[in-house]
Each structure stands twice: as C-alpha cells, then as structure tokens.
Design a protein around this ligand. Structure first.
Ligand SMILES: [Zn+2]
Length: 236
C-alpha cells in the first residue's frame, strides 16, 4: 500500500489511495493543516472539504484511553478513537508523536491513536487493535498506517526511557545507540507490538517530523503551540 501527498486548497496531507478507495477516508496533514481551534471557519471548511458531518477531537493526555464512537458520542479526554459511525472524523493532533490509523474496511471500522513514547509504552495501539477485534474486526483484514512522527534519526532520549521500555518487554531493536546517545524508534516499538499480536498489514509513511525540511510541525524544534491534525472516517 503506497502513500501520496495530496494538495487540497491551502492544505496538504498524506493518504493511502488504496484505503480511501475501500471507503476509509483519512489523512495525515502536514503543517498546512486545518486548525479546528474552534468549530469555526476551518472546522467547517474541513468538514465540507471531505463531505463529513462532524468530527470528534479529544484533549490528549499521553495515556491509553480509547473511545468508541457509534452514534453521536463525544470524547473529551483520551488518545484513541474507534469509529463505527459514518461520515464523522476521528482526529488526533500531533507534533512529533506518532499518529496511527487502523482500519478494517470490510466491517467497516476505523481507529486512530496518538502514540508518543508514553502512549506507546502503555500499548495504546495494541489496545485499540484488540478492542476493534472484540467489536468484530478481522485480524487478517486490519490495515495499519503509521503517519509522520519524529524518527529514530532525531529522537534522542534519556536512559530512563530505555529502562521503561525494557521493563515493559520491548526489544532492544526499538533503540539505536550512537556514542553516548540513545535514540528511540517509536515506529519500530509500535510495529513490534502489532507483529506480536499477529497484525502484519503495517504501512509506514516513514517521514520524520523533525528533519523533513520544515514540512511538519515539530515540538522538539521548538514549536510548542501548534499541531497538525490526522483523521480517519468511514464513508457513508
Ligand atoms: Zn529525523
């Protein structure tokens, strides 16, 4: 499954056309992203641009709470959303953290999670997948898309982060060492969780938010207040 960069008005985003063709409309925006700060002009413009009726967005807290959206529910705090309702977008905001979309186009059902290192260590991606399978998604149909995040090229962490991952059963493959420095590969950590669960349909856009020439908002580069959005929805 390939990714393409799409220009839409003033915005640009990555998507997997094959998944969209299967009825799962989605996108990982660059810094040229709708704002959604209030349900104002950009919020309305976003909905109109993708022919959606509403969106669900949370106050994210680097935890592992996942909300199920079946019929008009809202989600206040949390880091994961599972959509069964159609024509509604589940949104996570990121700036270096990893956005992950999980879809079973056959059900249809679609999830999105915000996985920074804290969410990853709490196994939010695995929990989302397990919840989707409890709800009837088929393991062999699951497609997982990993969006742009800070890469192991740039994500230096302290030794205590290494210890936390080690204690939770992650392998040494999720870290890279260079001299005295240790770098976390957050995508590899999530891939490892999924592979252990028998999920193999994993596709990585493989773009680093920190070193991709300013294409993305990067918290580590000092951008503390803005975010790009990532969304998934089921076409009605
Ligand atoms: Zn990088």
């Amino acid at each position: 499954m390939n990714f393409e960069l799409v220009q839409k008005g003033n915005w640009s985003y990555y998507r997997a056309p094959e998944l969209e063709a299967a009825g799962i409309v989605h996108g990982f925006f660059t810094r040229a992203s709708p704002l959604l700060a209030s349900y104002g002009r950009d919020g309305k413009a976003f909905l109109d641009a993708f022919a959606l009726q509403r969106f669900v967005v949370m106050d994210q807290e680097h935890g592992d709470a996942i909300h199920l959206i079946r019929d008009g529910e809202r989600a206040i705090h949390g880091d994961g959303i599972i959509m069964i309702e159609r024509n509604a977008a589940g949104i996570v905001k990121t700036a270096d953290c990893l956005p992950i979309i999980i879809a079973d186009a056959g059900s249809p059902m679609a999830g999105i999670v915000h996985a920074g290192w804290r969410g990853t260590v709490r196994k939010i991606t695995l929990k989302a997948v397990q919840k989707m399978m409890e709800l009837g998604a088929a393991r062999e149909n699951l497609i997982v898309l990993m969006g742009p995040s800070i890469g192991s090229c740039c994500y230096e962490v302290k030794e205590d982060v290494y210890s936390i991952f080690d204690n939770r059963g992650f392998s040494g493959k999720v870290f890279r060492r260079s001299g005295d420095a240790v770098y976390l590969d957050i995508r590899e950590a999530n891939r490892e969780l999924l592979l252990r669960e028998g999920i193999t349909g994993i596709y990585d856009v493989n773009l680093c938010t920190y070193c991709s020439g300013g294409l993305f908002v990067s918290y580590r580069r000092g951008e503390r207040s803005s975010r790009q959005i990532n969304f998934v929805s089921i076409k009605g």
